[in-house]
Design a binder for this molecule. Structure first.
Ligand code: ZN
Ligand code: ZN
Length: 534
């Protein structure tokens, strides 16, 4: 009996502190909205229906949620709608070869969005979406982001699934005991400042603008299971609950007008704020509500929170700590050129290193033109060798069909008409092929004009005869004819393999396969004026 009392006393003594209640500043400027991002429902591997998730968000006091079920972008996204008074924005978590990429505000994709990250990022942008790298530093290698040169719009600086995977078993066991008493505070006690991820973000924002968001990665399902679109288990505990996740941390967007007009225009407002980086993360289980005003002009830079004591504001310039001042405000004079952001710390924060209570997005004080990609200047080729004459051939799997047609030999356009076999994705492919002998040796790139019967992404491949190894660069085509250049420097191995050596390849292939084409699809594409250049 005495032992049980002692154990209980110990348990409660170790409970995380309750979230501190704060007052909002009377002169808080401009409308804001609180929301959560990166949420799975029972349409993929989450446990709750969209209605149940929205109801949990309403109980947690959120104004919007961004649902991100796994997919390939071909499902028509639900129109934004208010459920239980919460704006529900339907987004999608895509799987690329470099990791998971969440697309918000994406139009329905005309073909599956898969393959190399650079191509998925380009497709998301073409389809009007805003893309976020998910759980970039997951402790599970297959979930980690692997292409930091890619031109993504945003990344998660915090991901709850990553944080909880990281923790030692003992802490997790203690959290399991504490969770029923103080759910969100317990979850917050498992958050550590993700130093490596923040350092990556700082390195990126010295070169170009990159937005950082906090991903709830909420599934309401225990077990830290594999985060992929299949293999859900038949049983689960609904822990941590959506409501507890939403009460742990959230994001606050700064808006031009309050929400409440209609769901479609409200969703546009929220997504525009995210794109602009007019958003900060708040760990509400430490103290709430949490507000930050952060602004700069040529004379001063100011950050102010509604917490008046018991912590500090840290200003980082180009990733390095530049100033640190006690709450509630930080001001510096004459901020020079640079990328500025703040982290706010409360003494009550746990974690090793402690998790910031608020993390802003950067203010970029930069000269005009900074951050935009330098235009690619192509020198006119000094050597051009036409290859349009072929001879052309087709390659395909057993169930698919492919026909090649060339109207005027040797210079006329060549067309491949294909029908990929229906059914599950099982390696269906069709290809238009051409033997090139040693013609690629000592050349820099392929050039041609191309168009297709419908929007599609095909893979331009070079194949080595002895090993069968292939290298590829995928290209986007639609009904408008476009000039395409495929630089040999940009070709990557199909599967794994050494870098591309043009001297070793003897066949070029224009491939339609299930990476970016759904089984059962019919269509055609046309290649004109194929040449190899230096
Ligand atoms: Zn994921
Ligand atoms: Zn996810």
């Amino acid at each position: 009996m005495a032992a049980a009392v002692l154990a209980a006393a110990f348990l409660f003594a170790a409970l995380p502190l309750p979230s501190q209640s704060l007052a909002l500043p009377p002169d808080s400027s401009g409308p804001t909205a609180r929301g959560a991002f990166h949420i799975h429902t029972n349409r993929s591997d989450g446990s709750g229906s969209p209605d149940a998730v929205a109801a949990a968000a309403a109980r947690a006091g959120l104004n919007f949620i961004i649902v991100t079920d796994h997919g390939d972008g071909t499902r028509k996204p639900d129109a934004p709608q208010y459920r239980a008074g919460v704006l529900v924005i339907d987004a999608v978590e895509l799987s690329t070869e470099a990791g998971h990429y969440i697309a918000i505000g994406l139009a329905q994709a005309p073909y599956p969005l898969r393959g190399e990250a650079r191509d998925v990022i380009a497709d998301v942008r073409r389809l009007g979406g805003f893309g976020v790298v998910a759980h970039p530093d997951s402790s599970k290698p297959s979930l980690r982001w692997r292409d930091w040169d890619a031109d993504f719009d945003a990344m998660e600086w915090l991901n709850a699934d990553t944080e909880w995977r990281d923790e030692r078993r003992g802490l997790l066991a203690r959290a399991f005991v504490h969770y029923p008493f103080r759910p969100s505070e317990t979850l917050a006690s498992l958050l550590d400042r993700p130093d490596a991820t923040l350092a990556r973000w700082d390195a990126l924002t010295e070169r170009r603008p990159v937005v950082a968001l906090a991903g709830a990665d909420a599934h309401a399902r225990a077990g830290w299971m594999d985060d992929d679109a299949n293999g859900y288990r038949g049983w689960f505990l609904k822990i941590p609950s959506y409501e507890a996740s939403f009460r742990t941390f959230a994001m606050r967007v700064t808006l031009d007008r309050p929400l409440g007009t209609d769901a479609t225009s409200d969703a546009r407002l929220v997504i525009d704020a995210l794109r602009r980086g007019a958003v900060y993360t708040t760990v509400d289980a430490i103290a709430s509500p949490a507000t930050l005003e952060f602004s700069a002009d040529s004379r001063t830079l100011t950050a102010r929170t509604n917490a008046t004591s018991g912590g500090s504001i840290v200003l980082r310039k180009d990733g390095r700590i530049m100033a640190q001042q006690p709450l509630p405000a930080l001001t510096i004079q004459a901020p020079g050129e640079g990328t500025y952001r703040v982290e706010v710390y409360l003494d009550a924060a746990q974690g090793n290193p402690p998790i910031p209570w608020i993390v802003s997005n950067p203010i970029y004080r930069r000269s005009d033109g900074w951050g935009s990609p330098s235009p690619v200047v192509l020198q006119p080729p000094t050597v051009t060798r036409g290859m349009q004459g072929g001879p052309w051939h087709t390659e395909k799997d057993d169930g698919s069909t492919a026909q090649v047609r060339q109207d005027n030999y040797p210079t006329g356009s060549v067309e491949l008409t294909f029908h990929l076999a229906a059914g599950y994705r099982a390696g269906q492919y069709t290809a238009l092929g051409i033997g090139v002998g040693k013609a690629l040796a000592d050349r820099r790139h392929l050039a041609f004009a191309a168009r297709a019967s419908r929007p599609m992404r095909i893979s331009v491949q070079a194949r080595q005869p002895q090993s069968g190894d292939r290298w590829q660069r995928s290209i986007y085509l639609d009904s408008g004819s476009r000039d395409v250049i495929v630089s040999f420097d940009e070709m990557t191995p199909v599967g794994s393999g050494p870098p591309f050596d043009p001297a070793l390849a003897d066949t070029l292939l224009f491939v339609v396969d299930t990476t970016n084409t759904a089984p059962g699809t019919e269509g055609s594409f046309t290649i004109e004026n194929l040449r190899v250049e230096r």
